[in-house]
Design a protein around this ligand. Structure first.
Ligand code: 8DG
Length: 157
């Protein structure tokens, strides 16, 4: 099973996105992220990928959801999504990514993965999501998505 992470860093009404220079989705706008390595927690992977891709040091990450990507009938990955509002440093361009601060109401969905506009608005508004997205040759063909909510239920008597 392959686990990945994505981290949306938010400050002053803006979200830090990247133009991805290499790997899957290069040329697209995305958030810093990548594979969870052996022995790492998803939170540690999120912090490492942010440091490697844009040079920021995260002070906290908040769980925001889990996405599953299925391409040509095979599960490609499970992706943990995080938000971070506390970090040190300023973003820098690296060999992997060109960082750009984008106002939260101007996220460029037409330049992003097709599924992002289905779930990212929820995540950016502080909600948590569970999503499954089907692709054929990385074009989205179907989706199933839920907002994760903490319920307190009272068993009926
Ligand atoms: P790495 O070596 O840096 O670990 O990985 P990479 O070569 O950059 O690519 P990867 O591990 O295959 O990671 C792909 C990244 O793209 C990962 O952070 C998850 C992300 N990603 C998908 N599909 C989608 C999607 O539909 N939407 C968004 N926003 N991100 C996606 O794989």
């Amino acid at each position: 099973m392959r686990f990945e992470v994505l981290t949306y860093i938010i400050r002053d009404g803006k979200v830090l996105l990247i133009e991805k220079k290499r790997g899957l989705g290069s040329g697209k706008i995305n958030a810093p992220g990548g594979k969870v390595e052996a022995g790492e927690t998803p939170e540690e992977a999120a912090a490492r990928e942010v440091r490697e891709e844009v040079g920021l040091k995260l002070r906290e990450v908040e769980f925001a959801g889990i996405l599953e990507f299925i391409n040509n009938g095979e599960i490609h990955s499970h992706c943990y999504v995080f938000l971070s509002r506390e970090f040190d440093g300023d973003p820098v361009e690296t060999a992997e990514a060109r960082p750009v601060w984008v106002p939260l109401d101007r996220v460029p969905y037409s330049r992003m993965w097709e599924d992002d506009e289905l779930w990212l608005p929820l995540v950016l508004s502080g909600k948590k999501v569970l999503g499954r997205f089907w692709f054929r040759d990385w074009r989205m063909t179907d989706h199933a998505m839920f907002e994760l909510r903490a319920h307190t239920t009272r068993p009926s008597t």
